[in-house]
Write a protein that binds this ligand. Structure first.
Ligand SMILES: Nc1ncnc2c1ncn2[C@@H]1O[C@H](COP(=O)(O)OP(=O)(O)O)[C@@H](O)[C@H]1O
Ligand SMILES: [Mg+2]
Length: 251
């Protein structure tokens, strides 16, 4: 059995979790642990040290990073003390904040219980034996592929209304739990208002999802789906802006 990492020992001391039960998944960028709390279970995602991670190699790293966190990116490039601290905590903080915003907006994402600078305690999906399957793990037909697709699209709409694009959406980052999708893994999410690349990231997310559901027998046109969702969102954003300007509210 693996060892109980420092972060989890800290959460046990604080009473945030009762016990460490093991590892759910160990990936390139993070390890997800299973913890007991009262009668229930929680997931604890612990990010790996900066030099162990591969975010920098993601093709869209600069596109996703620069517009949103220009100051932080500059500090990291200068290797200042602030830059190092930012590099350690940025991904984790961005994921925790994004999950918080999206949960509050009604999206099907894990609820955050607590977070530190390298780890997030969140709602766990699965059983004591194993985590929920990801869509990518499901080889056979989903019992209700059209319903699941519709639920994913509903979530994409909620994300857009909250001003957020996932940026790495794929069957690897969608859990299938109790017959419904749960979307995970948000460290690279971007704010639409602050990122000129948000629309193309959104189109890529939609296209990856549509490709999966096409293989599940759901007829879709990714370009049309992306356009409809994005333009509906852009229209509502414009209308909201006009309303606020018209009433003299807002900043
Ligand atoms: N809240 C959760 N409940 C159950 N399993 C989870 C949860 N969050 C993550 N996992 C599992 O851990 C894996 C890695 O988590 P993820 O957030 O995708 O990080 P990364 O892909 O960067 O390593 C997921 O593929 C999933 O199997
Ligand atoms: Mg992932």
């Amino acid at each position: 059995m693996d060892y109980c990492p420092e972060e989890l020992a800290g959460y046990i001391e604080q009473g945030m979790i009762d016990d460490w039960l093991g590892v759910v998944s160990s990936g390139k960028e993070a390890t997800v642990h299973l913890a007991a709390k009262g009668d229930g279970l929680l997931a604890v995602k612990v990010f790996k040290e900066r030099n162990e991670r591969s975010f920098r190699n993601r093709a869209d790293y600069h596109m996703a990073m620069m517009p949103l966190h220009a100051r932080e990116a500059r500090a990291m490039a200068n290797r200042s003390g602030f830059g190092k601290a930012v590099a350690e905590g940025l991904w984790c903080q961005r994921e925790a904040e994004t999950l918080g915003i999206l949960s509050a907006a009604g999206a099907d994402v894990p609820r955050v219980v607590a977070h530190g600078c390298r780890s997030i305690v969140m709602e766990y999906f699965g059983t004591a034996e194993s985590g929920a399957s990801r869509l990518s793990d499901i080889r056979n037909r989903l019992p209700d592929a059209p319903g699941c697709f519709a639920a994913v699209l509903r979530n994409l709409g909620v994300f857009l209304e909250a001003g957020i694009v996932h940026g790495d959406l794929s069957p690897y980052n969608i859990l299938y739990h109790g017959g419904r999708p749960v979307i995970i893994d948000f460290p690279q999410a971007v704010l639409i208002a602050a990122s000129s690349g948000a629309e193309s990231l959104f189109e890529r997310d939609v296209s990856t999802v549509c490709e999966y559901f096409r293989r599940q027998g759901v007829a879709t046109d990714a370009g049309r789906v992306a356009h409809q969702l994005w333009s509906g969102h852009a229209l509502r954003r414009t209308l909201r802006r006009r309303t606020t300007e018209g009433t003299g509210e807002g900043p």
